[in-house]
Design a protein around this ligand. Structure first.
Ligand code: AR6
Length: 183
């Protein structure tokens, strides 16, 4: 399943699938602030990408990455040029800066992608798994932040959200329709 929305010359895509299988310039990882690896997207990326990704992030970012930010590495054996390690917030009640931190993790990831000439970027639903962010709220922050960025910068040419399972895909489609009035 795929949904597409054009913003100027850019395309925003929603697909149901596995982020580690995406042939794009940059795959975004849902990392933690220690860049220590873990489950979910992070586990899948390091398993499939191989140990050089962790070796590189350990060497380059020994102090990790603050919540709401992102860092970049090579992609090891994954079919991408880069992995962008984004650190979303752990959801408490929505009153502890979660939306701002989540938006800034997306924005910093997109800035890094543009700085590294990435034309295509694939995101998971940051914070919507182990970090407990309610899916519809996470989708609203994710989509509105990406749409604003594409309107303001005109790149990257393709941003694809790769949603794990039909409920996540449908939640994103619903929020996109609410935001843009798409049919
Ligand atoms: N492809 C796409 N989406 C996936 C995949 C996949 N292969 N696997 C899971 N998802 P999570 P977070 C979905 O937990 O909430 C890790 O331990 C998943 O269903 O990966 O930001 C890190 O080390 C959910 O919708 O990331 C951190 O400690 C979304 O991806 C912590 O989890 C994000 O779920 C980060 O938690």
């Amino acid at each position: 399943m795929t949904a597409k929305y054009e913003i100027g010359n850019c395309v925003l895509e929603l697909v149901e699938g596995d982020i580690t299988e995406q042939r794009v310039d940059a795959i975004v990882n849902a990392a933690n602030s220690r860049l220590a690896g873990g489950g979910g997207v992070d586990g899948a990326i390091h398993r499939k990408g191989g140990p050089e990704i962790m070796a590189e992030t350990r060497a380059k970012y020994p102090h990790g990455c603050p919540t709401g930010s992102a860092v970049i590495s090579g992609a090891g054996r994954l079919p991408a040029k880069f992995v962008i390690h984004a650190v979303g917030p752990i959801y408490r009640d929505g009153q502890h800066g979660e939306p701002e931190l989540l938006a800034s993790a997306y924005r910093r990831s997109l800035e890094l992608a543009v700085e590294h000439d990435c034309r295509s970027v694939a995101f998971p639903a940051l914070s919507a798994g182990a970090y407990g962010y309610p899916l519809a709220e996470a989708a609203r922050v994710a989509l509105s932040t990406v749409i604003d960025f594409l309107k303001n910068h005109g790149k990257p040419a393709l941003v694809r959200f790769v949603l794990f399972g039909t409920p996540a895909y449908e939640a994103f489609v619903k929020v996109l329709q609410e935001l843009v009035g798409a049919d």
